[in-house]
Each structure stands twice: as structure tokens, then as C-alpha cells.
Write a protein that binds this ligand. Structure first.
Ligand code: EPU
Length: 440
């Protein structure tokens, strides 16, 4: 896989060492620039397949998921040109010709966002064949909403032996689609497909995550006609000839919330340039209630522990603007050292508590009852050898390691690399004592 990634994303350097050693107990102090959002960059990259013209994305996060998607798109015929300016990564994609048959099955099964190829390839080429997408093992993660939406738009879809085959011999047509629940991926897939479909598509009960409005904004810049951004109903007048576009990827709200928690947990103070409080939704209030101070300051947003210390809170994950499921694991890490008790309920994914056992190894007091984790704050976590099981679990364990006494050794670093742009490097610049170690 390494050579495919190097060809598509030359900046990707699998950092030496498969373990991350963290010596805990140091306050994080300094500036931690918030990168472009992973979950915005991935659908934006896929959207470039809709047009033969150049699409330039600025502020692309340098993470493994982006590198893997670049390799997937390159195989499909998309040319990539990367550049850096002032530390920011820009990507220009050119999909003059698309070869829908050239699917890299291995990469598709490594990432969730690959499912978006279904809508885009159907819309552009009239056919798509791909394995079931992979991604974090955090629940069932069905794709029935994606498939039934595309079927309503005229696609013929069959599922056999783990392979999805879809065709739209007469092209896709606009349709009125009601999503059973506001799925982020299904909303994006149908939005992407609808842009080239014939006629008007309405997506009802659409997800409202800010990454979707970011995708729609880029599509509009390409000449697509989309309305209802940020609401539960998106309307797309399809069929417009698309041009290219230049688009800035929105800042990563999950990285922002995670680093604000890290500042508070370690009793440090972090300036978080590009962080946006408005993108946190109700998590902004939850952090305030837990004693994480996030205030506007010159040069960005400042995050630190409030004067009266960290306090337990109750959190229930919900679609945006509710508390983001992607912040659940890092927030649990925060609450393991907050005074009193907390209850964390996960309503989006069925198996998103895999970090609990690992945090327990670090001395956290957590009991799981069904989909609720009850956390009793302890004075201090202690370093341990732990394994990252998914992207956000990895971030939670890094936070635990930074705040713990003693040494923590993290395994399963691909998960961290998939979701975060040079996290270890950026933390080291803020005073964290950590290093990659172990095998290549
Ligand atoms: N669902 C179905 N059928 C479908 C689609 C979804 O039953 O056809 C269910 C899922 O199983 C889940 C719920 O609906 O229980 C919500 O899933 P959604 O489709 O909204 O999630 P996703 O598109 O698979 C994206 C992010 C996730 C993030 C969720 C929720 C990307 C690439 N992934 O996943 O991000 O947790 O939305 O906000 O955008 C992460 O970055 O670590 C991550 C997992």
C-alpha cells in the first residue's frame, strides 16, 4: 500500500515507529493550529469526479484517510497535484476521464468515505461496482439509506458476495427522498448524485452536519444549484454543466473540541487558530459546564481549565447540532479526571465504547450499562500500554496519556494517523513529551 500512497500523496510519510510513547503530566502550552476537517475534505475530494474541470481544495488535512482516498481517486483516473503554501496543503484534482472499473478494493474496504464513490460514479459514468466500504468498527454501519435513495433516482443496485453493483443505464433522475434518519454519508452520497441527475431532487430528513454545507458550498461554486444548506431539506436542481472550483476546507470541529479538552485535562493553555466555537453545536455548552474554558482571543481561540476545575456532566450524542459522536471518546477521557460523576450515552453508533477498556487500564473508573457509560472522576490517570481501536478512541487515549502520571504506550497508530493531521508533531510543539517508537 505504501507505494500507492506515495504516488498519490507524496507528502504522506508513514512516520517511523508503530508505537507512540507519551510521558504524561506536562501541561500543554502553546499554539496548536486546527487543520481542515477530515470529514469535509473526503467528500470534497470525491466531488471532483463530477466535473472534467479543475477542483482545487485548500487547507486539506495531511492524514492517512486523505492519502488513501487520493490513491483511490488516482486509480480511477483523477490526476492529483499537491502544493504547500505557508504550511497549508492544497490539492488540485483533475478528472478529465474517469474509469469506473478501476476500483482499488483494498482501499475501499479500509475507509468509510469510499461509499461516496457510488453516487458519484453512477452520476458521472452510469455505473459503479465496489466492495462494501470499511472504516471504523463502531457499529453496524449499514448503507441501506444510500442504496434505496439511489434506487429512487433510477439506479439498479444488486448486492452479492460483499460487492455492490449499480447501474443507471438511462441516467439518474431527480427524486423526492425521505431518509429514515439523518445519515451524514447518505445525505452526501445523494447530494453528489443529484447534482448531475436529470431534474430536481429533494432530500428530506437530511443530516445537518456542517461538513455537508461545506460540500454543498463547493458544489455551488462548481455551478450546481443546491438550496436548503444547513437545514433538514436539501433541494438540488440537477443537470447543470459543472465548472471547476477553488474551495477552502472548513476547520476540523472534532480536532478543535479534542484539543480544547486536552488543554483543560493537562491544566495547560492552548491557542487554537482556526478553531470555531459555532461549529461545536451543543458541545460548546457541555464543555463550558464541564469546566473547559473556550474563549475568543487575539490570534484564535484560547482553551484552558476554568478556575473552579473540571466537573462531571451528562452527555448524549445526537446528530448536529447535538453533541457529536466523534467527540464522545475524547470527552470521556476528559471526564475520567473531572470531579464527580458523568453519564455518557451513545445514540449514533452501537459499538462506540471500545476505548472504555483501554481507559480503565489507565485507572479510569467507568461502568457501561447498555449504551450509557457512567464515569466517576479519579484524581489522576496513570500511564499504561493501550491499543487504539478507532480514530476517536485513539485521540481519547492520547489525551489520557498526556494527563496521566508516568508513561503510556499506544499501539494501533494507524487509527490516529487516519484521522489527525500530524498530531504528535503538533502536540510536541506545545510541550508534550512524546515520540514514535517500535518497529517501522
Ligand atoms: N445508518 C444506517 N443506514 C445507512 C446509513 C447510516 O443504518 O444507510 C446508520 C449508521 O449505522 C449509524 C447512523 O445511521 O448508526 C449514523 O450514520 P451516518 O451515516 O450519519 O455516519 P457515516 O456517514 O457513516 C460520518 C462520519 C463519522 C461520524 C458520523 C456521524 C465520515 C467519513 N464519517 O459517518 O465519522 O461519526 O458521520 O457524525 O464523514 C470519524 O471521523 O471518526 C467518524 C466515524
Amino acid at each position: 500500500m505504501k507505494s500507492r500512497l506515495a504516488a498519490a500523496a507524496p507528502w504522506w510519510r508513514p512516520t517511523a515507529g508503530n508505537l507512540l510513547a507519551i510521558r504524561g503530566g506536562r501541561p500543554l502550552v502553546g499554539t496548536y493550529p486546527i487543520s481542515g476537517a477530515k470529514n469535509a475534505a473526503l467528500p470534497l475530494m470525491v466531488s471532483a469526479l463530477l466535473t472534467p474541470h479543475l477542483v482545487t481544495l485548500r487547507n486539506v488535512p495531511a492524514n492517512l484517510d486523505v492519502a488513501m482516498l487520493a490513491a483511490l481517486l488516482q486509480r480511477l483516473g483523477c490526476e492529483m497535484h499537491w502544493s504547500t503554501r505557508g504550511g497549508d496543503l492544497s490539492l488540485t484534482l483533475s478528472a478529465d476521464r474517469v474509469h469506473p472499473g478501476r476500483i482499488d478494493a483494498d482501499l475501499v474496504t479500509r475507509m468509510r468515505a469510499s461509499v461516496l464513490l457510488l453516487g458519484v460514479l453512477l452520476a458521472r459514468c452510469g455505473e459503479a461496482r465496489l466492495p462494501m466500504p470499511g472504516g471504523d468498527a463502531i457499529g453496524l454501519r449499514a448503507i441501506d439509506f444510500h442504496i434505496s435513495g439511489l434506487q429512487t433516482m433510477g439506479a439498479v443496485v444488486t448486492l452479492e458476495g460483499g460487492l455492490i453493483s449499480a447501474t443507471a443505464p438511462a441516467g439518474l433522475r431527480g427524486a423526492d427522498i425521505m431518509l429514515p434518519q439523518p445519515s451524514v454519508g447518505a445525505t452526501e452520497n445523494l447530494l453528489l448524485a443529484a447534482v448531475l441527475a436529470d431534474g430536481t431532487t429533494t432530500i428530506r430528513n437530511a443530516a445537518r452536519e456542517p461538513e455537508i454545507a461545506d460540500l454543498a458550498a463547493c458544489l455551488i461554486a462548481m455551478g450546481a444549484r443546491v438550496s436548503g444548506l444547513g437545514t433538514h431539506m436539501l433541494t438540488v436542481s440537477g443537470g447543470a454543466a459543472l465548472s471547476g472550483a477553488v474551495h477552502d476546507v472548513m476547520p476540523d470541529r472534532i480536532e478543535f473540541g479534542t484539543l480544547a479538552s486536552a488543554a483543560a485535562m493537562t491544566d495547560g493553555e492552548l491557542m487554537l487558530p482556526h478553531g470555531r466555537l459555532d461549529l461545536l453545536g451543543s458541545a460548546a455548552d457541555s464543555f463550558a459546564a464541564a469546566g473547559v474554558d473556550i474563549v475568543k482571543a487575539e490570534g484564535g481561540i484560547l482553551a484552558r481549565r476554568g478556575g473552579s476545575g473540571l466537573r462531571g456532566i451528562d452527555v448524549t450524542t445526537q446528530p448536529f447540532p447535538g453533541f457529536a459522536t466523534d467527540l464522545q471518546a475524547p470527552t470521556m477521557a476528559l471526564l475520567t479526571v473531572a470531579a464527580g460523576a458523568s453519564a455518557i450515552s451513545e445514540t449514533i453508533f452501537e459499538q462506540r465504547f471500545r476505548h472504555v477498556d483501554e481507559l480503565r487500564k489507565m485507572g479510569a473508573d467507568i461502568a457501561v450499562h447498555g449504551r450509557t457509560a457512567r464515569v466517576r472522576g479519579v484524581e489522576r490517570l496513570r500511564g499504561a500500554a493501550v491499543t487504539c481501536t478507532d480514530v476517536r478512541a485513539a485521540a481519547a487515549l492520547v489525551l489520557g496519556g498526556l494527563a496521566a502520571s508516568g508513561d503510556t504506550l499506544l499501539d494501533g497508530l494507524d487509527h490516529l494517523d487516519r484521522g489527525y493531521d500530524r498530531m504528535a508533531e503538533k502536540l510536541a510543539a506545545c510541550g508534550a513529551a512524546l515520540a514514535r517508537t517500535g518497529r517501522e
